[in-house]
Write a protein that binds this ligand. Structure first.
Ligand code: PHE
Length: 410
């Protein structure tokens, strides 16, 4: 038995969990369409880094070595598991982040680059989570010599002067701390300079994207906050949140590149930073797009609203009524991960499912069996579903629960 992915046949094995719903996303290439909101945003980001090389055409099929080992992910990291990632078979998976291309890109000799791509993660279903989304990875290396250090210092002076004269409030944290340490092989003074360059560079990108747009009142300053984070492939590491319409929203992760990544890429005597930002997250905020499924819509009422080079406010088109259906079942003794249930629903009903919620769970005191009740909301973006259509989806979900997972329906 084989599975066909982007024109290639791969043998199935016990790790294969990619669904046909996901396979059908792989050739959409939304970030390459010049008047799609994701394509517009990619262009805006690329134009902010005019000296960087920009890549956007890497295959989503990668090896676990590229996605995890190259980046020092421990062997027991949850991201590696079949419940979190889409495997074609044990040798190939869909990249779970654009960092999967770091070693490859550095080893080709690129020292300042952006890379935009579709990434895939098994996840919950709601208005802001979708198993396919897009990231932009950015990285910059400096020569670890007096010239390189001078380059950082000059760039830091230029960027901080620019930010000082802008309407932005930055809640910062120390570049380095006991819980967010400098790498043992790094000179702390140089690592601080690199971390500061990373922060200044991203603050200036955020200002470029959000400036004057974060609140109803254009005079109000843009608020950005830096938070300590952990990634297996950077240290120190940070996350960035932007205050938008009254809420803090996380938009990116970043840090000083682990020296072992650069060693694997055969880059000597260098020190640098990398970031990875989520395009849908930022686009939903900037364009006021209320539901992440809209990015995948082929409806002209969505696609014809956007103009290259500009960020406009999305005008919603009529919402159709929701259709709730419940299913209660005894969880098999081997367990049933929520992501397995969500993928089954997504594979059965496609984008006609809006959200899936666990509304009840209990364990029988005598038999010790656990029962789950999920509520599935069937609602299409483009049209009203009839009750018969929702019933047909739901019956198919129930029969696949029995066939694929040996579940006993209550
Ligand atoms: N790849 C990380 C993620 O997807 C983000 C990241 C990129 C963090 C580069 C650090 C450096 O969450």
């Amino acid at each position: 038995m084989h599975v066909s992915v982007l024109g290639r046949e791969y043998p199935r094995d016990s790790q294969t969990n990619i669904t046909s719903a996901i396979i059908h996303k792989l050739d959409r290439r939304l970030h390459l369409q010049p008047s799609h909101p994701l394509g517009i945003l990619r262009n805006l980001i690329e134009s902010h880094y005019p000296t960087f090389s920009a890549f956007s055409d890497m295959s989503p099929v990668v090896t676990p070595a590229r996605n995890f080992d190259d980046l020092s992910f421990p062997l027991d990291h949850p991201g590696r598991s079949v419940t979190d990632s889409y495997y074609i078979n044990k040798d190939y998976l869909l990249r779970t982040h654009t960092s999967a291309h770091e070693v490859e890109t550095f080893s080709k000799g690129h020292r300042e680059w952006l890379l935009t791509a579709d990434v895939y993660r098994r996840d919950e279903i709601d208005a802001s989570h979708y198993p396919a989304f897009h990231q932009v990875e950015g990285a910059r290396l400096f020569h670890d010599n007096p010239n390189g250090i001078k380059e950082i210092e000059e760039d830091n002076a230029r960027l901080s002067a620019h930010l000082a004269s802008s309407n932005i409030i930055i809640e910062d944290i120390p570049h380095i701390s006991a819980s967010n340490p400098v790498q043992p092989s790094h000179d702390p003074v140089k690592a601080e300079l690199v971390a500061r360059n990373l922060k200044l560079s991203l603050n200036s990108l955020i200002l470029h994207l959000f400036g004057g747009r974060a609140s109803a009142n254009e005079e109000e300053p843009l608020k950005v906050r830096w938070i300590e984070a952990y990634f297996p492939f950077t240290s120190p590491s940070y996350e960035v949140e932007v205050f938008f319409h009254g809420k803090w929203l996380e938009i990116l992760g970043c840090g000083v590149v682990l020296q072992s990544t650069l060693d694997r890429a055969n880059v000597p005597n260098s020190i640098g930073w990398a970031f990875g930002l989520g395009l849908e997250r930022i686009a939903m905020i900037l364009y006021s797009i209320p539901d992440i499924r809209l990015f995948w819509s082929k409806d002209s009422r969505f696609l014809e609203q956007f103009i290259p080079g500009t960020i406009s406010t999305f005008k919603p088109f009529s919402k159709h009524p929701p259709c709730y259906k419940d299913v209660s079942f005894w969880v098999p003794s081997t367990g049933l991960h929520e992501n397995d249930f969500c993928d089954l629903v997504r594979d059965t009903a496609g984008d006609s499912v809006e959200d899936v919620k666990l509304i009840d769970s209990f364990t029988h005191p005598k038999t010790n069996r656990t029962s789950h009740c999920y509520r599935v909301n069937y609602r299409s973006m483009d049209r009203s579903l009839t009750n018969d259509e929702a019933n047909a989806f739901h019956e198919r979900v129930i029969s696949r629960l029995k066939e694929d997972f040996g579940v006993e329906i209550r």
